[in-house]
Design a protein around this ligand. Structure first.
Ligand SMILES: *Cc1c(COP(=O)(O)O)cnc(C)c1O
Length: 338
C-alpha cells in the first residue's frame, strides 16, 4: 500500500503530463529577461488576476518577503495576523532582512482581522513610532475563506488610513473555487498578491508575486539581492503554466474529499472544525502523538499537533478516505478500551 500523506498539499508529485510540459519548455536566461516561458507565466497570471505585472520566484516565503520589502522601508511596520504564515512561519524574514517591524493582531475565528483592532494598532505620525505602512491578509487562512464583503471593507479601511494591502494568497485558488467566483473577485481588493504554484496546484516549485509595474520593478531588484534570480527557469515555469491550465477546477475534488473526511470523523465522535476547503482540523489534545504513530503503521502520514491538520490534495484519492476513517475509528476504539 502506498502512503496516504495528509501532512500538506506541498507533498504532491508532478504528474507525467506536467513533467512532459517541463521537458518541452522553451528556456532562456531569465535574469536577462530572456526566458519566454517564465515571461509567459508572469504575463498570464498578472492578466488573470487583474495586475499589470508579475514576478516568478522560487517560493512563497520569498514572494511575501519581496512584497513586504517593496512596500516598506527600513523602520516601517506591517500589520499582520498573529497566526499568519508571513509573521509566524517565515523565519522572521521581514524583520531580519527588511528591518520591517511586524505588528501582529489577534485573529478572529473566521480568519479575518477585526478592523477595529487594526485601527487601534496603527501608530500616530510621530517620531517615537515605526510608520504603519501595510496590512497583510492571508486567504485561505487555515483552510478558511475570507468573506468578499470583509475584503471590500478592508480595502476601504486601508485606503482611508493610507495603508497598502497585500494578500498572501498561497491558496488563493482554493478560496476562489470554494466561492465559485473568478479569482479576480478576490484579488481586485489588493495592491499586491502572492500565489503559490506548489501547494494544491501541484507544481514542484514556485510562486508568483503580482502588482503594478513600479512595485514589480522594486521586487525584481530585491529578488536578485536575496539570490532568487534564476536562469533557465522556464522548466519550472512550464510546470506552473500547466498547473494553472489543468489543476484549478479540480481543487473542488480536494474540497469534497476534505468535507467527506471531516463528516466521517465527526460521526465517529472526533471534534472536527467545520471544513471549507482542503483542510480538516481535528482537536486531538494529548492523543496527537499516539494517533500519528498509529496511523504511520497503516501508511498514513500526519504531522502530530493537538489541533491536528489533515490536508487533501491531488495525490489523495476517493479510496483513501475510508482507509483514513478506519484508522481513526480503530484508534478511537483502542482509546476507549485503555
Ligand atoms: C506555504 C505557504 C507560504 C510559503 O510558501 P513556501 O513556498 O513554502 O515558502 C506562504 N503562505 C502560506 C499561507 C503558505 O501556506
Amino acid at each position: 500500500m502506498s502512503d496516504i500523506d495528509l501532512r500538506s498539499d506541498t507533498v504532491t508529485q508532478p504528474s507525467a503530463e506536467m513533467r512532459e510540459a517541463m521537458f518541452r519548455a522553451e528556456t532562456g536566461d531569465d535574469v536577462y529577461g530572456e526566458d519566454p516561458t517564465v515571461s509567459r507565466l508572469e504575463r498570464q497570471l498578472a492578466g488573470d488576476l487583474g495586475f499589470s505585472a508579475a514576478l516568478f520566484v522560487p517560493s512563497g516565503t520569498m514572494s511575501n518577503l519581496l512584497a513586504l520589502m517593496a512596500h516598506c522601508e527600513r523602520g516601517d511596520e506591517y500589520i499582520v495576523g498573529q497566526q499568519a504564515h508571513t509573521y509566524k512561519y517565515e523565519g522572521g524574514g521581514a524583520a531580519v532582512l527588511g528591518s520591517i517591524q511586524p505588528q501582529p493582531i489577534e485573529m478572529e475565528a473566521d480568519g479575518t482581522l477585526d478592523l477595529r483592532r487594526i485601527e487601534a494598532a496603527i501608530k500616530p505620525d510621530n517620531f517615537h513610532f515605526a510608520r504603519s505602512r501595510l496590512l497583510a491578509l492571508e486567504n485561505t487562512m487555515h483552510g478558511k475563506v475570507l468573506p468578499l464583503d470583509y475584503l471590500a471593507a478592508a480595502r476601504d479601511f486601508t485606503r482611508q488610513r493610507d495603508l497598502a494591502l497585500h494578500l498572501d494568497g498561497a491558496r488563493l485558488f482554493n478560496a476562489a473555487v470554494k466561492l465559485g467566483c473568478d479569482a479576480r473577485e478576490i484579488t481586485r481588493h489588493f495592491d499586491t498578491v502572492s500565489v503559490c504554484l506548489s501547494k494544491g496546484l501541484g507544481a514542484p516549485v514556485g510562486s508568483v508575486l503580482c502588482g503594478d509595474d513600479a512595485f514589480i520593478a522594486r521586487a525584481r531588484r530585491l529578488r536578485k539581492m536575496v539570490g532568487g534570480g534564476m536562469r533557465q527557469a522556464g522548466v519550472l515555469a512550464a510546470a506552473g503554466l500547466y498547473a494553472l491550465e489543468h489543476n484549478i477546477d479540480r481543487l473542488a475534488d480536494d474540497h469534497r474529499r476534505a468535507e467527506w473526511l471531516g463528516n466521517e470523523l465527526a460521526a465517529l465522535g472526533f471534534a472536527v472544525e467545520p471544513v471549507q476547503t482542503n483542510m480538516v482540523y481535528v482537536e486531538m489534545g494529548t492523543h496527537a502523538t499516539a494517533l500519528t504513530a498509529f496511523c504511520a503503521q497503516r501508511g498514513i502520514r500526519l504531522t502530530p499537533a493537538a489541533r491536528l491538520r489533515l490536508v487533501t490534495h491531488m495525490d489523495v484519492h476517493d479510496e483513501h478516505v475510508p482507509q483514513v476513517v478506519s484508522a481513526f475509528a480503530e484508534f478511537a476504539e483502542n482509546m476507549g478500551r485503555n
